[in-house]
Design a protein around this ligand. Structure first.
Ligand code: NAP
Length: 278
């Protein structure tokens, strides 16, 4: 029988721990403030932003909301980011992605002060992860490490295969697993004999961005499978990159979608905000 890794329960535990830490910080006269910028009104982004603000409110983090129109220029957004960089009251800055086509996302990310980059996307923070020094780590991969740790799943010495090499998920995931002493293989769209590699995984992290891509034929019997994907199926229900029904019986533990990795991303964002004042 396989274990279903419950991201909702684990993320709630983390948020409750953070709430306690924030109360202690407040007692020392320290407060935490996250600036959240959304450009345009993409419905999915609005849901994510709403959930992030809700989590901040629960924990006791103040959130400042900037809802900018779709036609905002790059210069206007950069001016706002620079203003928030200089504002001592603001500890963290989050720019919800994706941004409209007229704005260069990379330019915006690199303009956020690294010490306020609670998403962990700035190249200084990515570099810090690479060389093992202190910095913010991208929330989704950090949440996955926490899911594994709190589920009692050992990483050290395990063969970890990461399917996907995006800057937001695949690459930082691989570096974190390496930091935890896993033996890491990274796969992508040019990888040959993909199943041969994924079938060697003790821990398989799937961030391929294709609904139901991984079924039982990609999995070694008894592997741990982490599904990062988020999609809507033809019935508008949430599903992941893994075909759960086919894959789960062959795993020892697996994350569901929804209720697996997703809630952890927000919990780790608030974790990064709290660490900004510690
Ligand atoms: P992405 O930027 O589209 O990256 C997908 C990766 O998969 C790329 O590295 C790509 O390879 C690789 N790939 C695509 N097709 C492949 C194939 N046929 N065989 C092997 N590799 C293949 O996606 P992402 O931003 O990492 O996100 C991945 C998924 O996670 C998406 O569904 C996204 O919505 C979800 N997500 C969830 C959360 C959360 O909080 N749960 C957070 C972020 C993302 P190349 O590099 O060669 O193109």
């Amino acid at each position: 029988m396989y274990q279903i890794i419950d991201g909702r329960k684990i993320s709630q535990e983390i948020k409750d721990e953070l709430k306690q830490q924030v109360a202690e910080l407040k007692a020392q006269g320290k407060s935490i403030c996250l600036a959240v910028i959304q450009v345009g009104s993409d419905p999915a982004s609005s849901v994510y932003v709403g959930n992030k603000k809700k989590a901040c409110a629960y924990i006791g983090i103040e959130s400042l909301s900037y809802e900018l129109p779709e036609e905002t220029t790059q210069q206007e957004l950069l001016d706002l980011v620079r203003k928030l960089n200089a504002d001592d009251k603001v500890n963290g800055i989050l720019v919800q992605l994706p941004l409209p086509g007229q704005i260069d996302e990379e330019k915006v990310i690199q303009t956020i002060a690294p010490e306020k980059d609670v998403d962990g996307f700035h190249e200084k923070n990515v570099g810090a992860l690479c060389v093992g020094s202190r910095g913010y780590v991208s929330c989704t991969p950090l949440g996955i490490i926490e899911l594994l740790r709190r589920s009692g799943i050992e990483i050290a010495g395990k063969h970890c295969v990461v399917l996907g090499r995006s800057n937001i998920v695949g690459k930082p995931m691989s570096l974190l697993l390496l930091r935890e002493n896993g033996t890491v293989t990274i796969c992508h769209s040019r990888t040959q004999n993909l199943k041969e590699l994924t079938r060697q995984a003790d821990i398989l992290v799937v961030a391929v961005g294709k609904p139901g891509f991984v079924d039982d034929s990609y999995i070694k019997e008894g592997a741990v499978v982490i599904d990062v994907g988020i999609h809507r199926d033809e019935n508008n229900r949430l599903c992941g990159d893994v075909d759960f029904e086919k894959a789960a019986p062959h795993t020892s533990a697996i994350t569901p979608v929804p209720g697996g990795v997703g809630p952890m991303t927000i919990a780790m964002l608030t974790n990064n905000c709290v660490s900004s004042v510690q």
